[in-house]
Ligand binder design. Structure first.
Ligand SMILES: NC(=O)c1ccc[n+]([C@@H]2O[C@H](COP(=O)([O-])OP(=O)(O)OC[C@H]3O[C@@H](n4cnc5c(N)ncnc54)[C@H](O)[C@@H]3O)[C@@H](O)[C@H]2O)c1
Length: 437
């Protein structure tokens, strides 16, 4: 079996590494020549647990290849996976041009039966457009080649992507023909054998919608709990216990209800924007989702507001240390991270900022060339008037508070993820503030 994967980002590389690990011959095709050259030499552009291992040994075993050449990439393959990132249009919503362009190239190249699998998150109805484009290109060539389309949305979470692929909660497969269904069943047979997971077969439009609905539901839970947390703070309730009380309800469950300083990444904001736009084109108002996005934007400003309030609005020449910059643990991705809002607001207010993150330091240096990047978490707090913890990396869970206090100028901690114990910190001589308590 041979697979070609177009796009070597998070989704593309994880999909490629995992399928090659299952014994399939995989070629990754990307239009970014530099990226492909680096991959050929073993440089993996993202940090993702287990990914480097998988890629290295499958490259060594000659099951995983990289190319910028679509001719080569689409030669004698059984499946082509589209995992490219669509570019945002003027309103920031998904512009399908890159996906449709790949469909066109596919239609111009295939010479035997192949399934075109859409993994990129795309607006409802895209699979139908892709089908038409490919058929048009085949007709133009005057050849008789059969193909199928499948919508196979990706639910990986950064930081857990390899595990998510190998042991998925479910695999969603949208198809319009029996042959497409058979083709996809053959592809995923091994994963299903080993994990006993569920496959949800449906039509392509429903599969496309499932992806948006799932992401939006998770984002809604986060924003809802953050709003409850903010109210807890005003009425004197404790959000940590409220969360426990709510999450132990079997109808609700414990996931995605942790209060904090907002969700980041590209996925949640982009999918919400897309869904709102899809609804708009049908003159339907997604008022809940619009509020989810607004609440999240407000939430990201809370850590800054807490520091500012502590110093009566005067942050000129105050030094603030930040622990955790990536939008969540397990990734070096800064996209949409609360750290961006916090740091930009602190700098704007005249504060000096010292930062530390276990893996996102390179990305940080690219974004803010002048920030002081600590050599470790303790170096970052030297001389600080406040410490703001924004990403709950494991190494931040049990710091040596005595050492932290001795290094800081003012012992004030803002806990953006509610991982510290208020009593413990206050007993150690810190002023402490978290979300919703
Ligand atoms: N990252 C996630 O956690 C995640 C999870 C689920 C779904 N998704 C969805 O999957 C899609 C891809 O996400 P990603 O994070 O992997 O994106 P990414 O930006 O990390 O990678 C996309 C890759 O596609 C390449 N590319 C773009 N246009 C191309 C073209 N015309 N030909 C060849 N290569 C091209 C880019 O060079 C890049 O390497 C998005 O639609 C996203 O919404 C992402």
């Amino acid at each position: 079996m041979k697979i070609s994967i177009v796009g070597t980002g998070y989704v593309g590389l994880v999909t490629a590494a995992c399928f090659s690990e299952l014994g399939i011959d995989v070629t990754c095709v990307d239009s970014d020549l530099q990226k492909i050259n680096r991959l050929v030499y073993g440089a993996i552009p993202i940090y993702e647990p287990e990914l480097e291992n998988l890629m290295t040994h499958n490259v060594n075993d000659k099951r995983l290849h990289f190319s910028t050449d679509f001719n080569k990439g689409f030669e004698n393959v059984d499946y082509v996976f589209c995992t490219v990132d669509p570019i945002p249009d003027a309103d920031g919503a998904t512009d399908l041009e890159p996906v449709l362009r790949i469909a066109q190239v596919f239609g111009q190249r295939i010479d035997r039966y192949c399934t075109f699998v859409i993994k990129t998150t795309v607006p409802v109805g895209t699979a139908h457009k892709v089908q038409e484009i490919i058929q048009h290109e085949i007709d133009e060539r005057g050849v008789d080649v059969k193909f199928d389309i499948a919508s196979n949305p990706d639910f990986l979470t950064e930081g857990n992507a390899v595990k998510d692929f190998m042991k998925p909660d479910r695999i969603v497969i949208g198809v319009e023909t029996e042959s497409a269904r058979e083709s996809m069943a053959k592809l995923y047979r091994t994963i299903l054998l080993h994990s006993n997971r569920r496959v949800i077969y449906t039509d392509t439009r429903t599969a496309e919608m499932i992806k948006y609905a799932a992401t939006s539901m998770l984002a809604t839970r986060v924003s809802f709990m953050n709003e409850i947390a903010n109210l807890c703070e005003l009425v004197g309730a404790d959000i940590n216990i409220v969360r426990h009380g709510v999450g132990t309800d079997s109808r609700i469950g414990p996931k995605y209800i942790f209060p904090g300083c907002g969700y980041g990444g590209t996925l949640f904001p982009q999918d919400i924007k897309d869904l709102v736009k899809i609804a708009d084109t049908h003159q339907f108002d997604m008022s809940v989702l619009k509020a989810v996005d607004e609440v999240n934007k407000r939430q990201k400003r809370i850590p800054f507001n807490k520091v500012s309030r502590f110093f009566d609005g005067d942050l000129k020449d105050k030094t603030v240390a930040i622990w955790g910059l990536s939008f969540k643990p397990g990734t070096d991705d800064l996209s949409g991270a609360p750290s961006i809002v916090t740091i930009d607001m602190l700098l704007e207010a005249g504060a000096h900022v010292r930062v530390y993150d276990p893996v996102a330091m390179n990305a940080t240096k690219l974004r803010w060339a002048d920030l002081y990047c600590g050599i470790d978490m303790y170096d970052a707090v030297k001389g600080a008037d406040a410490l703001v913890m924004l990403t709950e990396w494991h190494q931040f869970y049990i710091p040596d508070w005595k050492r932290v206090k001795s290094l800081m100028r003012t012992p004030f901690v803002v806990d953006g993820r509610n991982i510290y114990d208020k009593q413990e910190l206050e007993a150690a001589g810190f002023a402490y503030s978290c979300i919703g308590k």
